[in-house]
Write a protein of this length. Structure first.
Length: 203
């Protein structure tokens, strides 16, 4: 799943822009029932997840890490709403979540260059008591950037440590989450009523 045949594209595969096909590919294949999605390499080639010279994670690493942490693979059929009448530049998928018992995750990718989206709570998730927001974008808003920001924090490794992926917690999930231009978000809805959705932990 490198960004391009023949070792990827040197000026693109290791940038934030590459995540705009990589994350949808992860989500689309998981929604289709695929249980594996293999990257050619962690180190090596232009599509490596970790820069082999600096050993800093490339942007796709964070997309893969969040997907692995939050998505358990069981797709859900929900109506995805955004606050704008025209949302042809947004894509969304939903799954049961690994994050907590009885939780679900909504993944939204905003391809628009200049438009923010208000991501509203799907009716199926209306009983959620808490929402965890993981909003990822390029540090300088440039798709060619190799550094990313999670919510308000720049993800810069310290020594040998990978940055913690810490969400913003919303205690009022009914309020729309704002997704900036050219960004993606994982929104975890916790404590869902079992009468509406069954996302018990997989054994």
């Amino acid at each position: 799943t490198g960004g391009c045949y023949n070792s990827g594209n040197r000026n693109f595969s290791g940038t934030f822009g590459d995540s705009f096909w990589y994350l949808p590919s992860l989500a689309r294949h998981a929604a289709g029932g695929f249980t594996g999605h293999i990257r050619q390499s962690i180190l090596g080639g232009n599509y490596e997840l970790v820069d082999r010279v600096t050993l800093r994670p490339n942007p796709d690493y964070y997309a893969a890490a969040l997907f692995r942490r939050l998505v358990d693979g069981r797709a859900l059929k929900v109506e995805h709403e955004v606050s704008l009448a025209s949302h042809q530049h947004a894509r969304a998928w939903s799954f049961c979540s690994r994050e907590a018992e009885g939780s679900a995750v909504l993944i939204v990718v905003n391809f628009a260059k200049n438009v923010s989206y208000g991501v509203e709570t799907p009716q199926l998730f209306s009983t959620a008591k808490t929402r965890l927001d993981f909003v990822v974008r390029a540090v300088h808003g440039n798709l060619a950037d190799k550094r990313v920001r999670l919510n308000d924090d720049i993800l810069d490794p310290a020594g040998d440590s990978i940055p913690l992926l810490t969400p913003i917690t919303s205690l009022d999930p009914s309020r729309p989450a704002i997704l900036p231009p050219q960004a993606y978000g994982f929104f975890v809805f916790k404590d869902l009523a079992r009468s509406l959705i069954s996302c018990t932990t997989k054994r």
